[in-house]
Design a protein around this ligand. Structure first.
Ligand SMILES: Cc1cc2nc3c(=O)[nH]c(=O)nc-3n(C[C@H](O)[C@H](O)[C@H](O)COP(=O)(O)OP(=O)(O)OC[C@H]3O[C@@H](n4cnc5c(N)ncnc54)[C@H](O)[C@@H]3O)c2cc1C
Length: 368
């Protein structure tokens, strides 16, 4: 079998890479093992234009938001799935300092921030004492809908192999790679945390970050026509989904359930769910949420984050047939569509990859 590209992994990166390869008419085959606890399967799916305690604008966000809107609409159109919903973060101030930081930031630059008309209009559902601010122009990606739907589409086209990729069976030549019966011009690794151990890319400055979340059933949550049975805000024809935050984030999940998380751990011994997180989060929820809830699941995964918080995109300086799309950290939902497109444009039209994302910024390290 001769293909343009052999893709390893179908998380968010592999999904958008194969989407763009198909759009540009390149042939490909994907190997993905369908592991249960990947980062993409654990993610809430939130795209938030601001970040951190100082509520600063997320890197490249103006460009990323419009690109994400268009790309999710196109792939969703092909799959007959509405996989990106407009959202708004209801940011309950956990401390008086956080309230002040929000107000200061709102005064300096109101883009993406707003104060509500009534700061206590969510008090039938939550306990909170210091009011809230809103982050506008957020999105919620429906990853539990998108990833399996795209997988099914690839299976129907006979271009997805549900197996484990064995690095020892890969032969890399200057102009192509061979793996089992496949010869391809390129192999591109979209294998998330597996790249930490890759013979080609393990020297990159990855900074693995573990995150945990609980899946909740909240039977008395008010039902509404929006996804996840959350009350839509405003009269807009496309309801804006409220996502709630007070240190932890509460967002709609599949099947009318809710996702609550997450932790950000740089130091951990294994990727499994911990009793500490469960107990801490359960106690927090009892203080925060007014309706009763049941914990149905507890998930954990490791984010493929990087030391400089910038992705790894492009081709190995010494092995031009070997590429990578990885390092999306906490922002896979907005970064993956954009950088998958850059990588494919680079392959098809020779366009440059942004220098601060191009993996060739590590040429010295990768050439050792
Ligand atoms: C708890 C948590 C919450 C998060 N919330 C958000 C959020 O709200 N918004 C956001 O933007 N980001 C979020 N993230 C980050 C986001 O999940 C990641 O940036 C993104 O999922 C990384 O995608 P990926 O495709 O690089 O890797 P992965 O999702 O890990 O995908 C890699 C794929 O490769 C396959 N694979 C690996 N090795 C092999 C092999 N040898 N053979 C075959 N297949 C293989 C795996 O099965 C998997 O399908 C969150 C992460 C976590 C952990």
């Amino acid at each position: 079998m001769i293909k343009d590209v052999l893709v390893i992994g179908q998380g968010i990166c592999g999904t958008f890479l194969t989407w763009w390869l198909e759009q540009k008419g390149l042939s490909f085959v994907v190997i993905d093992q369908d592991r249960p606890s990947t980062a993409s399967r654990s993610a809430a799916g939130l795209i938030n234009p601001v970040t951190g305690r100082r509520i600063v604008k997320t890197w490249m966000i103006d460009e990323l938001l419009s690109f994400a809107e268009e790309t999710y609409a196109s792939i969703g159109g092909a799959l007959q799935l509405s996989c990106l919903k407009p959202a708004r973060v209801i940011d309950f101030f956990p401390t008086a300092q956080m309230r002040l930081a929000f107000l200061k930031r709102l005064e300096e630059d109101p883009q993406y921030l707003e104060l509500p008309a009534d700061e206590y209009d969510w008090s039938s559902l939550f306990h909170y004492e210091l009011g809230y601010g809103m982050v506008t122009h957020c999105y919620l990606a429906d990853l539990p809908g998108l990833l399996p739907a795209w997988r099914q589409c690839l299976i129907q086209q006979n271009v997805l192999r549900p197996s484990s990729f064995a690095p020892g069976s890969l032969v890399v030549n200057k102009d192509n790679v061979q793996y089992e019966d496949i010869t391809a011009r390129h192999i591109i690794f979209c294998d998330g945390i597996e790249s930490f151990h890759s013979p080609y890319f393990s020297r990159l400055p990855f900074a693995p970050n573990k995150g945990e979340a609980l899946i909740l059933d909240i039977p008395d949550w008010p039902s509404a026509p929006a996804v996840g049975s959350l009350t839509p805000i405003g009269p807009s024809p496309t309801p804006v989904i409220p996502i709630f935050k007070k240190g932890m984030t509460l967002a709609p999940w599949k099947d009318g359930l809710f996702w609550v998380g997450s932790s950000y751990e740089w130091s951990f011994t294994n990727p499994d769910p911990t009793e500490t997180f469960r107990q801490r989060t359960e106690a927090f929820l009892k203080d925060w949420l007014k309706p009763s809830f049941r914990i149905l699941d507890h998930i954990a995964s490791v984010r493929p984050a990087t030391l400089e918080r910038r992705p790894f995109v492009g081709f190995h300086p010494q092995h031009p047939a070997v590429g990578i799309l990885n390092g999306m950290g906490t922002k896979g939902c907005s970064l993956a569509p954009y950088f998958a497109h850059q990588l494919v444009e680079h392959m098809v039209n020779g366009k440059p990859i942004r220098p601060d994302a191009d993996v060739r910024r590590f040429t010295k390290i990768l050439s050792r």
